[in-house]
Design a protein around this ligand. Structure first.
Ligand SMILES: NC(=O)c1ccc[n+]([C@@H]2O[C@H](COP(=O)([O-])OP(=O)(O)OC[C@H]3O[C@@H](n4cnc5c(N)ncnc54)[C@H](OP(=O)(O)O)[C@@H]3O)[C@@H](O)[C@H]2O)c1
Length: 234
């Protein structure tokens, strides 16, 4: 397939856009002049980010673990705006700290449903249009805990190791010049980090500080990045 340059104004589909890293990425992409199409589950939080950023950006209440809901969202987005140039699978949850044998079955299933299946649902419903357009980069958010482990977060580690594996396999399936990468954002003081680190999460950088390097780094990814496991530069 012939290489098509990414347009200077990118259309960016971003999951988990309401809080934490997703919210600062939405702000940063919008400030850089790109169009952000985002989602999260909370209707109230989605309405707030929609109000803050306004058109041409667009935010919807979608649970990425619901394949039918993602299908409806993708159909509407693709019809109204067209395929994304950058697809960022950022939405994720973490289990409440617990040794693996004390994690309730439904909590383990929820982590896998959102972090792994949710990512795949989004790929399933947006990627065919990106392939048809002949361009685009998919970034699946991994973690340090997708490459090494700690106690009490085994479900989350399992989900992020899965992200590394499925992203590498996907990268071998993509037609050129599309790309898929797994990205470890680093350690940032968000609601998710507070869940596992408690108040010591405050020792880590704010999402706003993180975004200053992360947003340009995400925008720099291209066909040469395909198949890589990357870290946001510190
Ligand atoms: N913070 C860190 O230090 C760190 C380290 C390594 C990796 N990461 C990864 O970075 C990404 C962002 O993490 P974060 O720290 O910003 O997390 P966060 O503060 O908990 O924010 C998560 C975002 O995802 C949304 N979300 C959760 N479940 C969803 C679902 N089923 N459907 C749609 N949206 C959903 C949340 O909104 P709703 O609740 O309204 O849906 C929220 O907007 C995640 O992939 C995480 O695993 C973070």
């Amino acid at each position: 397939m012939k290489q098509k340059d990414a347009p200077s104004i990118r259309r960016i589909v971003l999951t988990g856009a309401s809080r934490g890293l997703g919210r600062v990425m939405a702000d940063g992409f919008a400030a850089a002049g790109h169009q952000v199409i985002g989602c999260a589950r909370s209707k109230r939080a989605v309405a707030e980010v929609e109000k803050a950023l306004g058109p041409p950006h667009h935010f919807s209440a979608v649970d990425v673990s619901d394949d039918a809901a993602v299908a409806r969202w993708a159909k509407a987005v693709l019809a109204e705006f067209g395929p994304p140039d950058l697809l960022v699978n950022n939405a994720a949850v973490i289990n409440a700290n617990a040794v693996l044998w004390e994690v309730p079955a439904q909590d383990f299933a929820e982590v896998m449903r959102v972090n792994v299946e949710g990512t795949v649902h989004v790929v399933r419903h947006f990627l065919p249009a990106m392939i048809k357009a002949g361009r685009g980069v998919i970034v699946n958010f991994s973690s340090g805990w997708g490459r090494s482990t700690s106690p009490e977060v085994a479900p989350y580690c399992a989900s992020k190791y899965a992200i590394e594996g499925l992203t590498a396999a996907l990268s071998q399936e993509l037609p050129k010049p599309l790309a898929a990468v797994a990205l470890n954002p680093g350690i940032i003081d968000t609601d998710m980090l507070r869940s596992c680190f408690g108040s010591s999460a405050g020792n880590f950088p704010s999402p706003q500080k993180w975004a200053k390097k992360a947003v340009p780094f995400l925008l720099s990814l291209d066909a040469k990045s395909n198949g890589k496991s990357l870290d946001v530069p510190t």
